[in-house]
Write a protein of this length. Structure first.
Length: 320
């Protein structure tokens, strides 16, 4: 048996602007997807054991036929990514078991982590030589193909390399210290494709307004790097608040997200808070004052969000 795991992620700064070439900064978090592979002569099966704290179980064969069905849409989506990897590598006669503690459809990089962990586990099991750079590139190709979308390489790069990634002309790994953030999830699933299309449409209607907003967001992403390096957390919080305002300006904020953001900054006394990822639903992140994560969690929970602490800068893909 071969097993691999890969982390989820949060985008710290630069979502949407990155689609138009501005820099974005993201980081790997301590929630992981795990994939194990064992021989299964004469068959190829995919078992999805549990996703984003929701249990489900079913398997499909490598042609995409359902062998046994347990439940949720989320597990069907995960199986689609895994079977795309199976096809890309031309693998058969294996059982692939997937489990994950990354909430799905929340902008926390669940699908990228599954694709990266599957590529790593399968390639090692089959003796196919793939270094982490190749895993990142192949995972991005597969994720984009399944999503039929624009998709930046941020999620797959973070799942593969871990740590922090600054995406601008290319993928740059940045060496920065870890932070404790509080993630707050609304119960509204987010649709990255639809949000990106809406923002790009707004940009083509009002380029003279949206272009400077994207430029400002790019400046924030770059300014954040030395702030994290020097642990200037007050300033980092301010940058989060400005970035959230600019995301609101381009229409990807929602009432639910803003309620969590204001709860975190107010009763939660966070240094800063912003939505993370495509918006329209999904999650926000808050930077708690030292030693007050629980206070921030309580404030977000009281505003009807599901809140938990994540550590940033975690390890990328590992094979056991
Ligand atoms: O929703 P997420 O976390 O997958 O993030 C999407 C980020 C965007 O900048 C909106 C799109 C992208 O591909 O970078």
């Amino acid at each position: 048996m071969t097993a691999a795991s890969a982390p989820g992620k949060v985008i710290l700064f630069g979502e949407h602007a990155v689609v138009s070439g501005a820099p974005a900064l993201g980081t790997a978090i301590d929630l992981r997807a795990r994939v194990s592979v064992e021989d299964l002569p004469g068959k190829t099966e995919i078992d999805i054991q549990g996703l984003g704290l929701r249990l489900s179980g079913f398997s499909i064969d490598s042609d995409g036929r359902v062998v046994s069905l347990g439940s949720s849409e989320e597990s069907v989506a995960a199986a689609r990514y895994v079977s795309a990897v199976v096809r890309a590598l031309g693998v058969r006669d294996v059982r692939i078991s997937v489990s994950s503690d990354i909430p799905v459809a929340s902008g926390l990089g669940s699908s990228a982590a599954i694709v990266v962990a599957t590529l790593a586990a399968l390639s090692r099991h089959m003796g196919i030589d793939m270094d982490v750079r190749r895993i990142a590139a192949e995972a991005h190709r597969i994720e984009k193909m399944v999503q039929r979308g624009l998709g930046s390489p941020m999620d797959t790069a973070l799942a593969a390399y871990g740590g922090y990634v600054l995406l601008s002309d290319g993928i740059a790994q940045v060496d920065l210290p870890p932070l404790d953030l509080v993630v707050g999830c609304t119960s509204v699933p987010h649709d990255t494709r639809a949000e990106v299309a809406r923002v790009q449409e707004l940009k083509s209607r009002y380029p003279e307004i949206v272009d400077p907003i994207f430029k400002a967001i790019g400046v924030i992403s770059r300014k954040a790097v030395p702030c994290i390096k020097n642990m200037e957390l007050e300033e980092l919080g301010t940058l989060m608040n400005i970035n959230h305002g600019l995301l609101e300006a381009i229409g990807v904020g929602t009432r639910e997200l803003s309620e969590l953001v204001y709860a975190a900054r107010g009763a939660g006394s966070a240094l800063g808070a912003k939505l993370t990822g495509a918006g329209g639903g999904g999650c926000m992140i808050a930077l708690p004052r030292e030693g007050t994560s629980q206070k921030t969690i309580t404030a977000i929970s009281q505003a009807r969000g599901r809140a938990f602490v994540v550590r940033t800068g975690c390890d990328g893909v590992t094979v056991e």
